[in-house]
Structures are given as structure tokens and as C-alpha cells.
Design a protein around this ligand. Structure first.
Ligand SMILES: CC(C)(COP(=O)(O)OP(=O)(O)OC[C@H]1O[C@@H](n2cnc3c(N)ncnc32)[C@H](O)[C@@H]1OP(=O)(O)O)[C@@H](O)C(=O)NCCC(=O)NCCS
Length: 204
């Protein structure tokens, strides 16, 4: 079987690490955490999902309906993998990790991750990204995983570098946030690199 035919995004795995477990969303259980994640203004700023403090996103019934429809349908997606990041010590959902924009001809995906503030800065994110990126290369047969990260997010850039992503370029002034232009750093990791270090590249 060649690498290409191995990619099966309809399988939604549970990936277990030391501190985190990645699993399909459980809508009722995870809804409060997802709400907290999506309503956090700093997460919105870092992920580019709002337009700045002058444009607050009110939470209302239609926002609630949208997240229930979105997260309730993640297990049905045949061409992307959306997993909840769960802290093993508490069993609570801390955020999400996603492989999307699958290009089957070129065996590539985009990666995105977001943890709510209570889950940040404790090593959960780096472990989560190693788990899902490892799954992408080792089980889905991907060749390339890339991401975009805004230049004002050095923590995320550091976390990606720790797991083996390398900077391949900068999209200048890619985001207009709160009246200022912000660059987007493009990073990627390739299957042979992953094979060499499995998410623990030698640094320095
Ligand atoms: C980005 C994110 C996934 C990282 O996960 P995390 O669990 O918070 O990060 P970790 O604790 O695993 O690792 C963070 C690393 O960055 C370092 N760091 C923290 N703040 C930093 C800063 N301002 N500049 C540089 N490095 C920083 C930490 O010291 C740690 O490195 P170390 O282990 O070498 O000491 C998480 O913070 C998050 O979801 N943030 C909000 C949304 C977001 O930014 N998503 C990414 C959009 S591209």
C-alpha cells in the first residue's frame, strides 16, 4: 500500500500522551470549554478570529447554535481531523487541535491549535501538537504539514519550533489588527524531518 492510499480522515482516533489526550469532541461535555475558548479575546487575537478589541463578538443564541452545529459534526468530516485536547489530570477539554486543508495529491495539510487560557503555558500545547502531527505523518501518510502564525505570537512560534516546525517564510502585513499591520510567519515540517526526530529536534 502506498503512502497516498493510507490517508483516511474518516477515522477519528484517540491519541494519548503524558499530559494530554486528543479525542473526538463530546458535545455536551466539551461545550463549556469550547465556549470559553471561542469567547476569549486573547485567543481571538492570536488566532486571527476576531477583528480587534473595537469589534467585540457578542455571545448569543445563534453563536451557541453555530458551535453546536460545528463541533457536533466534526466526527463526520472525511477530509479533516478535528480533535479535542483534553488534560488527562482533570479530564477537562482544554482546546482543540486540527489538521485541515488536506491536499491528497500532494499529501499535505494545514495545522491549527488553540488552548483556552487555563490550559496554556504548561506544556499541554506542545505535547498535543506532537501527537497530532505524529499521527498525520505516521498514520495518515502525510508528507508536509504547514501552518501560519502571526508575528505577535512568539510563544506559539517557540512551541512549533520545539516540535520541529521550521520557518519557511513571512507573509508581510497579512493581518490588519486594531489599526496595525501584522506579518504572518509560515512554518512547516516534512515527513523525513519527522522521521528523524519524532517531534524532538536537536536545537542550537
Ligand atoms: C500556542 C499554544 C498552542 C502553545 O501551547 P502551550 O501549552 O501554551 O505551550 P507550551 O507550554 O507547550 O510551550 C510554550 C513554550 O513557549 C515559551 N514561551 C512562553 N511565552 C513565550 C513568549 N512570549 N515568547 C517566547 N516563548 C514563550 C515557554 O517557555 C515554552 O517553552 P519552553 O518549554 O522551552 O520553556 C497555546 O498557548 C495556545 O493555544 N495559545 C492561544 C491560541 C494560539 O496562540 N494558537 C496558535 C495560533 S497560530
Amino acid at each position: 500500500m502506498d503512502q497516498h492510499s493510507r490517508a483516511d480522515f474518516s477515522v477519528k482516533p484517540t491519541l494519548v500522551g503524558d499530559k494530554v489526550m486528543l479525542r473526538p469532541f463530546l458535545l455536551d461535555e466539551d461545550a463549556p470549554a469550547i465556549r470559553a475558548l471561542l469567547q476569549d479575546p486573547e485567543v481571538g487575537r492570536l488566532t486571527g478570529s476576531d477583528n480587534g478589541p473595537s469589534d467585540p463578538q457578542p455571545w448569543d443564541e445563534s453563536a451557541e447554535q453555530r458551535i453546536r452545529t460545528w463541533y457536533g459534526s466534526r466526527h463526520e468530516q472525511p477530509d479533516r481531523l478535528d480533535l479535542a485536547v483534553v488534560e488527562r489530570a482533570t479530564g477537562a477539554c482544554a482546546g482543540e487541535a486540527v489538521l485541515n486543508k488536506w491536499d491528497s495529491d500532494n499529501r499535505s495539510c494545514n495545522f491549527r491549535i488553540a488552548l483556552a487560557p487555563s490550559g496554556q503555558n504548561r506544556g499541554l500545547g506542545t505535547e498535543a501538537l506532537r501527537l497530532i502531527v505524529g499521527y498525520g505523518f505516521e498514520q495518515l501518510g502525510l508528507h508536509r504539514i504547514s501552518l501560519g502564525v502571526f508575528a505577535f505570537n512568539p510563544r506559539a512560534i517557540h512551541s512549533y519550533e520545539k516540535a520541529g516546525f521550521v520557518v519557511e517564510g513571512v507573509q508581510r502585513d497579512a493581518l490588519h489588527y486594531d489599526g496595525a499591520w501584522v506579518d504572518q510567519v509560515v512554518m512547516s515540517i516534512l515527513a523525513p524531518e519527522w522521521e528523524g526526530h519524532r517531534g524532538h529536534p536537536k536545537t542550537g
